[in-house]
Design a protein around this ligand. Structure first.
Ligand SMILES: NC(=O)CC[C@H](N)C(=O)O
Length: 240
């Protein structure tokens, strides 16, 4: 990062905005600000140019049709792909995860090309995955279990060019016991919440990638207590 402020890009919030995933940008901005680091959010609307100059791009969830529109738009205006090639961070949620992959097939059976930033392919499952999710993640991603909720039909196969974020302990995730995908600085998950509000360690991991070093600790005991409650509730639900 060369500038003093972190430049966050909220990609197509007008069509990729289900379940308040846009809140992830706000969480990053606040967690930077609480440490005295300025951050700006650029909303990149449909039909607007997609800048390649930002530090971190966020893509949220969306219905099949919105997702197909978004993929076509972002392939035609490859600002994110150019930014990723020079090391910018890209973070996707649900439809965002699916369209960062090589391709995805929507529920009508139509296959769409993705942005090709993740070695992942998505096809429709037999039924929608809806509910709370708990994911165990490894030390390289902070080792804190992830919590969130999911609502998607697609099932995602992560290829050898990427790796899943972790193993599902409750819920469906990718559909094969794994959840999400990561390669280099491109990271994506099925979890809504907004997921970065529920999982501050994941928010700080992304900020650390932008800053070049992990940000200073930010103790917020209330957030920790809420997390513990949600994790316990989801685990209890999974045993039922
Ligand atoms: N919540 C979402 O983003 C849904 C993604 C995709 N349309 C699916 O159903 O699989």
């Amino acid at each position: 990062m060369t500038e003093s402020a972190i430049r966050l890009g909220l990609v197509l919030p007008d069509i990729l905005g289900t379940y308040s995933d846009g809140g992830n940008a706000e969480v990053l901005r606040l967690r930077a600000r609480w440490r005295g680091i300025a951050a700006t959010i650029t909303e990149i609307g449909y039909h607007e140019p997609v800048p390649s100059s930002l530090d971190l791009y966020l893509l949220g969830g969306g219905e099949d049709e919105a997702q197909a529109l978004a993929a076509a738009q972002l392939r035609a205006h490859p600002g994110i792909q150019r930014a990723a090639a020079r090391g910018a961070v890209v973070f996707g949620v649900c439809a965002g995860l699916q369209l960062l992959g090589a391709d995805f097939t929507t529920s009508d059976g139509v296959r769409h090309r993705g942005l090709g930033l993740l070695d992942a392919v998505t096809s429709p499952g037999r039924q929608r995955a809806v509910g709370e999710v708990v994911v165990e993640v490894g030390a390289e991603l902070g080792a804190e279990p992830l919590t969130g909720f999911e609502n998607h039909l697609g099932r995602t196969r992560v290829g050898p060019g990427a790796r899943p974020l972790g193993r599902v302990r409750a819920g469906t995730g990718n559909g094969d016991g794994t959840e999400g995908a990561v390669t280099g600085r491109v990271l994506a998950t099925y979890l809504h919440g907004p997921v970065l509000a529920r999982n501050p360690a994941l928010a700080d991991l992304l900020l650390g990638w932008v800053l070049g070093a992990p940000p200073a600790a930010l103790p917020l005991p209330e957030v920790g207590r809420l997390r513990e409650e949600r994790l316990q509730a989801a685990r209890r639900g999974a045993r039922r």
